[in-house]
Design a protein around this ligand. Structure first.
Ligand SMILES: Nc1ncnc2c1ncn2[C@@H]1O[C@H](COP(=O)(O)OP(=O)(O)O)[C@@H](O)[C@H]1O
Ligand SMILES: [Mg+2]
Length: 299
C-alpha cells in the first residue's frame, strides 16, 4: 500500500483540514421547509430559542446548518446522550497548561457551547431530550440570560450573535429523559417537521441523488414506495427522506445493470429501506411488509 512517494498520514491529515463543512447540495425551501426556515430566522433574530421537532431524516440538521451559513455564523453542534457531560459543553482546564500558566484563560480548553457563546456562533443541541439533567441545567443560564458563570473567571457574557437551536425526535419514538420544566419554558418556538408533501420530497430526492436525469415514472415509484411505508400502521418507524435519497442514488447510478427500473428498485429497496424501520405487529417482519409494498407498486 504505502510506496515511498505516497503521502504519509500526517501530510494527508494536514491536507484534509478544512475551515468548515459547507452544504453542498441545494436546500429545498418549499412547503414545511419554507415555514420552518422563516420561523428559525425570526426566532433567532428576536432572541427566542427555537426547537425543531421531527422524526429522523426529515431535514432538521440541514435547516440548522443553513441558518448558520446564511447568517454567517460559525457552526457548533453537540449530539446529546447519556455520555455527554457539562464540561464537554462548557470546557475545562488543561492540566498541563495549568501547571505552566495557572488557572488563566490561556489554560482553558473551551467546550462547543462556550465557543459559540464567545465567538457568536450558532450552537445546535441535537436530541435535546436525550440530555441528562446535569447537561440540561448547564443550558439554562446561557439560554435565559445569555451568560455563564465560569469559575474562577466570573460571569462570561455571550456575544450578541450567539444563537441556539435545539432539535429532537417526537417524544413517542424516543424513550429517554424528559426535558425539565425549566428548560422547556426557555424554549419559545416549537417547529414541527414531518414527512414532506409529494412535490417537495421528489425535489429533495432529485437534488440529493443527483437524479436530475431519472425518469419521472421511476422517481414517482420510489416516492410511492417510501410514502407507503408511512401509511402502513404496522410500521412504527417508516422510511425517511434520507432513506429515499439512498434508494434514489443507487437506482439512478446502476440502472443500466438491470432489465428495467422495477428490477433495480426490487434489488436495492429491501436493504436500503429496512434499516431504519421498526415493526409494531410482532407477527410481521420488516421484510414482509416491504415486499408487499414493492409488489403493489412495481407490477
Ligand atoms: N429541504 C431539503 N432540501 C434538500 N435536502 C434535504 C431537505 N430536507 C432534508 N434533506 C436531505 O435529507 C437528508 C436528511 O436530512 P437531515 O437534516 O440529516 O435530517 P435530520 O437532522 O432531521 O435527521 C439529508 O441528506 C438532507 O440533505
Ligand atoms: Mg440530524
Amino acid at each position: 500500500m504505502s510506496g515511498s512517494d505516497e503521502l504519509r498520514f500526517p501530510e494527508l491529515l494536514q491536507k484534509s483540514i478544512v475551515d468548515g463543512i459547507r452544504i453542498e447540495t441545494q436546500v429545498i425551501l418549499k412547503g414545511q421547509y419554507d415555514t420552518a426556515y422563516k420561523l428559525l430566522m425570526d426566532s433567532i433574530d428576536s432572541n427566542v430559542t427555537p426547537c425543531l421537532v421531527g422524526p429522523p431524516g426529515v431535514g432538521k440538521s440541514l435547516l440548522a446548518r443553513k441558518v448558520a451559513e446564511d447568517t454567517g455564523r460559525g457552526f457548533y453542534e453537540v449530539f446529546f446522550d447519556e455520555n455527554m457531560t457539562p464540561s464537554r459543553l462548557i470546557g475545562a482546564f488543561d492540566p498541563a497548561l495549568v501547571v505552566r500558566k495557572g488557572r488563566a484563560v490561556e489554560s482553558f480548553e473551551p467546550g462547543s457551547l462556550m465557543r459559540a457563546m464567545v465567538e457568536g456562533g450558532l450552537f445546535v443541541a441535537h436530541e435535546l431530550n436525550r440530555a441528562t439533567e446535569f447537561c440540561q441545567n448547564s443550558l439554562i443560564a446561557p439560554l435565559e440570560e445569555r451568560h455563564y458563570h465560569l469559575y474562577p473567571f466570573g460571569m462570561i457574557k455571550a456575544s450578541d450573535n450567539f444563537a441556539f437551536i435545539a432539535t429532537q425526535n417526537p417524544i413517542e419514538t424516543s424513550g429517554t429523559y424528559r426535558l425539565s420544566r425549566v428548560l422547556v419554558d426557555r424554549i419559545g418556538c416549537w417547529i414541527r417537521l414531518t414527512y414532506p408533501d409529494k412535490e417537495t420530497e421528489i425535489e429533495i430526492l432529485r437534488v440529493n441523488a443527483p437524479a436530475f436525469n431519472m425518469a419521472e415514472k421511476t422517481i414517482n415509484k420510489i416516492y410511492a414506495i417510501v410514502n407507503d411505508t408511512r401509511q402502513n400502521s404496522d410500521l412504527e418507524i417508516p422510511a425517511s427522506p434520507r432513506a429515499g435519497i439512498y434508494l434514489t442514488r443507487l437506482v439512478d447510478r446502476y440502472m443500466e445493470r438491470f432489465e428495467d427500473d422495477n428490477e433495480a428498485i426490487r434489488f436495492f429497496a429491501p436493504s436500503v429501506l429496512s434499516k431504519e424501520m421498526r415493526v409494531r405487529d410482532p407477527t410481521k417482519t420488516v421484510e414482509s411488509i416491504i415486499s408487499e409494498i414493492l409488489e403493489k407498486r412495481l407490477e
